[in-house]
Write a protein that binds this ligand. Structure first.
Ligand code: NAD
Ligand code: WQD
Length: 339
């Protein structure tokens, strides 16, 4: 069974390529390199022994994107990771985010229908829930107003997919990721973005290794256990495996409706300060941080109810926060001082 992974040289896409290969899928990767490079494909080859066929293509270019399907007309499944993902940047450059994330999605869907693809998995996000009043959230929790153009592209993306494939043979799964973090346990692969990371865990490891002098905890005056925000951190390899299970679910004929939605988090809400303490414990490093003001747009707390993914997909996350910190730190040390 052949699967196209768009955005496949990026952080979650590259880990998913490994999981797919280890579970017997043939894979093809497409990316335009706007936030990654092909070093992840070398790491994948080192880990799995498989050289992944790669198309350096901008999916906003429909005819360019079609060359993938012309070369691989036997693609049965598509996992669509390709997107811009920086929340703050999307507020500055909404048109760029709408154009990139929506055009690339529409083109990919168009080609899926034209080439009779059977399964489409979409990278959605917990950001679609907006500023929720309580957690855990399940898939039926009503969506609030999106807090950013980025979040809006995920809400619109979910709707576009649902409407487009109605009454078609293509089935889709929308995976709403919570806070992906950590790296491959081999130490050969992890998050390596071209643009400076803004997410908490890479900010922590970059501070600890000395790439940043210090970091800021955005607020300790929220009504939470210790005043800092609560999130649901999920190891990238657990997240990657959810994609393989989602494809299996469709290919095994288990999905009766056109579009299913699954939360992918581990249901364990941790505060920013708890994450910092977990890092310090696992790494033995003292982190240079200060408490700052709240970050505009941050919500106080969100974590998942993931029972649907557990019950229907058979998804059982294996990694905890210490594993996230251990692998993220191993990766940071390896990429900063390559052997
Ligand atoms: P990433 O930036 O590492 O990967 C995205 C990849 O898509 C990059 O390699 C980029 O070069 C590529 N890309 C972007 N636009 C493209 C285009 N027009 N054509 C071809 N390639 C293009 O990000 P990631 O963390 O791996 O995220 C993957 C997906 O998961 C994204 O859709 C993101 O919105 C979503 N997501 C991420 C998180 C997170 O915190 N990392 C959380 C929820 C959802
Ligand atoms: C986590 C917590 C920050 C950096 C974002 C997107 C969401 C999804 C995941 C894509 C927050 C705090 C962070 C720092 C800090 N992505 N923090 N100092 O904001 O939960 O979610 O990524 O879909 O859509 O919004 O993740 O890692 O940026 O922040 O104190 O230097 O860490 O305030 O409480 P977030 P994050």
């Amino acid at each position: 069974m052949k699967v196209l992974v768009t955005g496949g040289t990026g952080y979650i896409g590259s880990h998913t390529l490994i999981d797919l290969i280890e579970n017997g899928y043939d894979v093809v990767c497409a990316d335009n390199g706007c936030n990654s490079d092909t070093s992840s494909l070398l790491a994948i080859e080192k880990i799995t022994g498989v050289k992944v066929p790669y198309f350096h293509i901008d999916l906003c270019d429909l005819s360019g994107a079609e060359t993938i399907f012309k070369s691989h007309p036997d693609i049965q499944g598509v996992i669509h990771f390709a997107a811009l993902k920086a929340v703050g940047e999307s507020v500055e450059k909404p048109i760029q985010y709408f154009r990139n994330n929506i055009d690339s999605l529409i083109n990919t869907l168009d080609l899926c229908l034209k080439y009779d693809v059977k399964a489409f998995i979409f990278s959605s996000s917990c950001t679609v829930y907006g500023d929720v009043s309580s957690s855990p959230v399940d898939e039926n929790t009503p969506l609030q107003e999106a807090a950013s153009p980025y979040g809006r592209t995920k809400q619109i993306g979910e709707q576009i997919i649902t409407d487009t494939i109605k009454n078609k043979s293509l089935k889709s799964i929308l995976l709403r990721y919570f806070n992906p973090a950590g790296a491959h346990p081999s130490g050969h692969l992890g998050e390596s973005p071209i643009n400076p990371p803004q997410n908490l865990v890479p900010v922590i490891t970059e501070t600890a290794i000395g790439k940043r002098n210090s970091m800021t905890v955005y607020g300790d005056d929220y009504p939470t256990r210790d005043g800092s925000c609560v999130r649901d951190y999920i190891h990238v390899c657990d997240l990657a495996h959810a994609h393989t299970l989602a494809l299996n679910y469709i290919f095994e004929g288990l999905q009766s409706i056109q579009t299913e939605i699954f939360n992918v988090g581990i249901g364990n809400g941790l505060t920013v300060l708890e994450i910092i303490r977990a890092f310090e414990k696992v790494s033995g490093e003292k982190l240079n941080y200060q408490i700052g003001g709240r970050r505009p747009g941050d919500i106080m707390a969100i974590y998942s109810d993931y029972r649907k993914a557990k019950n229907l997909l058979g998804w059982n996350p294996k990694y905890n926060v210490n594993d996230i910190m251990h692998t993220a730190w191993l990766w940071e040390k390896n990429r900063s001082n390559p052997k």
